[in-house]
Design a protein around this ligand. Structure first.
Ligand code: ACO
Length: 343
C-alpha cells in the first residue's frame, strides 16, 4: 500500500495563515473470531436470507474472552501512526470514539495513549455512537486549523458484541466488533476537510439505548437479570430518520463547499444497513459505482465503521490522490454528521 506524502513540513504549516486538516493515514484491526449468518441461524429464529436481504450482512467479527476495545484500537492506531511516518510522541490530540469502553474509568483513550506512548496528547473518549468518528474528525479539524494540535489521532473502536443479547434477533444479527484509526494533520489549503457538520437530537434516545449500568439504574441483580445492559433498538423507527438525516447533512456540507453530488468520487457512509446506504445514495443521486460498502463482511461496527471503510478504500485503491470523498453517519442519540474531504 502506498501512502501519499500530503503531510506539510512543520515550518511551512506554521507560516501558512489558513491550513486545512486532512487524513494523512489510516489503520484497522479486528478480532479473529467471526460469526456468520449460518451461526446465527442456530442461535435465534432467523435466516441467512432475511439477514442478507434486510441488512446486506453475511458475517461480523466477534471478540473472544480476554479481548477488549483498546486492544484493537491500539493495533489500528499503530498502523496509522507508522503510515503517517510520525512518532507517537508527536500526537497532540487522541480521540477514541466508542460506546463500548474498556472500563468505566479512565477513558479508553488514556489507556490507548499509555500503550502507544503518545504521552504529549490530550486524550479523551467521545460518545456519539455510530457518528463518533465523524464527530471526532470534526473536532480534530477545528483543533488543527486553530493550530491547537498538529497531529490528531482519531479512533473508532467497538466491542459491540458484549452488549448484544443473543436471544434478540432484531439486534444480534446487526452488530460486529472492530477498530479503525486515522491520523489527521495539516495539508495544503485546497485539500483535506472542505466542510464538516455534526448534529444530534436526544428526543430519539429511546430508539437505541442500554439503560443498565449507569447512575440512573446502577448495576443490580435485577438490571442484569432483565438484560438492561444490552442494546435495545427500534430499528424500523430509526431507519427513516437515518436516511433523511444523512441525506440532508450530506447536502449541507456539499452546499457549504459549493459542490454537488456529481462531484463526489467516493461516498463512504456509515455501514448501518445496506438498504440505508442505497436509499441515501439514491436520494443524493450518487450511482452505485461511487458508493463504498463492506457491511457484508463486518456488519455494523458503530464508530469504527467509517475509519475501517477508509482503510479498506486505500488498500483496494478505491481512493486516489485528490478524490472528493463524502462521509456521513447516523447513530444512537440520535447523532449524525457529514465530512467532505479532498483526499
Ligand atoms: N430474522 C428474521 N426476522 C426478523 C429479524 C431477524 N433477525 N429481525 C426482525 N425480524 C422480523 C420482525 O420481527 C418483523 O416481523 P413481523 O412483521 O412479523 O412483526 C419483521 O422482521 C420486520 O421487522 P422490522 O424491524 O420492520 O425490519 P426492518 O426491515 O426495519 O429491518 C433493521 C430491521 C435491520 C434493524 C432495520 O430497521 C435497520 O437497519 N434500522 C436502522 C438501524 C440504525 O440505523 N441504527 C442506528 C445506527 S446503530 C448505532 O448507533 C450503534
Amino acid at each position: 500500500m502506498r501512502w501519499p506524502t500530503k503531510n506539510l513540513g512543520k515550518e511551512r504549516a506554521r507560516k501558512m495563515a489558513n491550513i486545512n486538516a486532512g487524513v494523512l493515514s489510516t489503520g484497522r484491526a479486528f478480532p479473529e473470531g467471526v460469526l456468520t449468518n449460518a451461526d446465527l441461524e442456530m442461535m435465534v429464529d432467523t435466516s441467512d436470507d432475511w439477514i442478507t436481504t434486510r441488512t446486506g450482512i453475511k458475517q461480523r467479527h466477534k471478540a473472544g474472552e480476554g479481548e477488549y476495545t483498546s486492544l484493537f484500537a491500539v493495533r489500528a492506531a499503530r498502523q496509522a501512526i507508522e503510515r503517517a511516518r510520525i512518532d507517537p510522541s508527536e500526537v497532540d490530540l487522541l480521540i477514541c470514539a466508542t460506546v463500548t469502553p474498556d472500563q468505566l474509568l479512565p477513558a479508553t483513550a488514556c489507556l490507548i495513549q499509555a500503550e502507544l506512548g503518545a504521552h504529549r496528547a490530550a486524550a479523551f473518549d467521545l460518545v456519539a455512537a455510530c457518528s463518533g468518528f465523524i464527530y471526532g474528525v470534526t473536532l480534530a479539524n477545528q483543533m488543527i486549523r486553530a493550530k491547537q494540535a498538529r497531529y490528531a489521532l482519531v479512533i473508532g473502536a467497538e466491542i459491540l458484541t458484549r452488549y448484544v443479547d443473543y436471544t434478540d434477533r432484531t439486534t444480534c444479527v446487526i452488530f460486529g466488533d472492530g477498530a479503525g484509526a486515522a491520523i489527521l494533520g495539516p495539508v495544503e489549503s485546497e485539500r483535506g476537510i472542505l466542510a464538516a457538520r455534526i448534529r444530534s437530537d436526544g428526543r430519539f434516545a429511546e430508539q437505541l439505548h442500554a439503560t443498565g449500568g449507569g447512575t440512573r439504574l446502577g448495576t443490580t441483580a435485577q438490571t442484569l437479570n432483565s438484560g438492561l445492559h444490552f442494546y435495545k433498538m427500534r430499528g424500523n423507527e430509526l431507519f427513516k430518520v437515518a436516511v433523511r438525516s444523512m441525506t440532508d447533512i450530506s447536502l449541507e456540507v456539499l452546499k457549504e463547499a459549493n459542490l454537488t453530488p456529481d462531484d463526489i468520487h467516493l461516498f463512504v457512509p456509515h455501514q448501518a444497513n445496506q438498504r440505508i446506504t442505497e436509499a441515501v445514495a439514491d436520494k443524493l443521486g450518487v450511482d452505485s459505482s461511487r458508493v463504498f460498502s463492506n457491511i457484508a463482511m463486518h456488519g455494523n461496527t458503530s464508530s469504527a465503521s467509517i475509519p475501517i471503510a477508509l482503510d479498506e478504500c486505500v488498500e483496494t485503491e478505491r481512493l486516489h490522490d485528490r478524490d472528493l470523498v463524502l462521509m456521513t453517519s447516523f447513530g444512537g442519540g440520535a447523532t449524525w454528521g457529514a465530512v467532505l474531504m479532498r483526499w
